[in-house]
Write a protein that binds this ligand. Structure first.
Ligand SMILES: CC(C)(COP(=O)(O)OP(=O)(O)OC[C@H]1O[C@@H](n2cnc3c(N)ncnc32)[C@H](O)[C@@H]1OP(=O)(O)O)[C@@H](O)C(=O)NCCC(=O)NCCS
Length: 215
């Protein structure tokens, strides 16, 4: 069913669909360097047994996605789950991860991006693209554009910015193509992991980009 956002973007609300949403995100992010470091910490190696069970990745994402939906986040999918996105509307705070203790990668991520947001956004309200992914193997045109463009339009109408953290260069370039600009590059896990998020003493860390539109 169409939403107010785009005729091909369907709102996700029911538990079964939230699980589907988490499955697409887990699959899309299965090679994501920063999430690998957050998930496996200083045990982040290609032969880690946790990487053999894709169900564990879904279990990792599910509570995080559920808490964001409950907190006021908007979950959408396009073209029968070709693409999924989670937007936090202006004023909705990103709930902290409920993992105890918080992984060191997550602590550094939060601290560094909190600082960037404070520097560029101050107290302003903004639309926050928290998660987006394309289902591996799906090539439907517009699956990603239609999850981003309507929100940029809405933000523009409201006179407020949109913000996101790009976790890889491809994503950064897609966001730039759709209207976001890089504010700052942020490096996480320097000295602990390499650029791919695998443990490597003295490693360069994972590069991410804080980006905004309408600033
Ligand atoms: C990031 C991600 C969602 C982007 O989706 P995608 O399928 O790669 O993007 P698309 O091919 O649909 O491209 C979207 C638009 O960007 C353009 N684009 C694609 N690659 C591009 C590039 N390298 N540079 C510039 N523009 C690019 C496309 O042409 C398209 O524009 P159009 O509608 O004008 O034709 C997807 O790569 C993904 O799921 N990655 C893994 C998970 C992830 O990284 N999530 C985001 C973390 S921040």
């Amino acid at each position: 069913m169409a939403t107010e956002y785009h005729p091909d973007a369907v709102a996700v609300k029911e538990e079964g669909d939230v699980v589907k949403f988490a499955e697409v995100i887990a699959a899309a992010f299965s090679n994501d360097a920063i999430n690998r470091f957050i998930f496996l910490g200083r045990e982040s190696r290609p032969d880690h047994p946790k990487l053999r069970d894709p169900g564990l990745r879904v279990q990792y994402w599910l509570p995080l996605i559920r808490s964001r939906l409950e907190g006021g986040g908007i979950l959408l999918h396009t073209y029968d789950w070709a693409g999924v996105a989670l937007w936090l509307p202006p004023g909705v705070k990103k709930p902290r991860l409920s993992i105890d203790p918080l992984p060191e990668g997550a602590v550094e991520y939060q601290a560094k991006f909190d600082q960037v947001k404070k520097k560029y956004l101050g107290d302003r309200h903004y639309w926050y693209l928290n998660l987006i992914g394309r289902a591996p193997g799906r090539s439907d045109k517009g699956a990603i554009r239609h999850l981003i463009e309507p929100f940029l339009k809405k933000a523009q109408e409201q006179g407020i910015p949109a913000f996101l953290e790009a976790t890889n260069a491809r994503a950064r370039d897609v966001y730039a193509h759709l209207g976001f600009k890089v504010l700052e590059e942020v490096r996480i896990g320097e000295g602990i992991v390499n650029a791919e998020g695998w443990v490597q003493p003295g490693g360069e860390g994972v590069a991410l980009w804080a980006m905004a539109a309408g600033l």
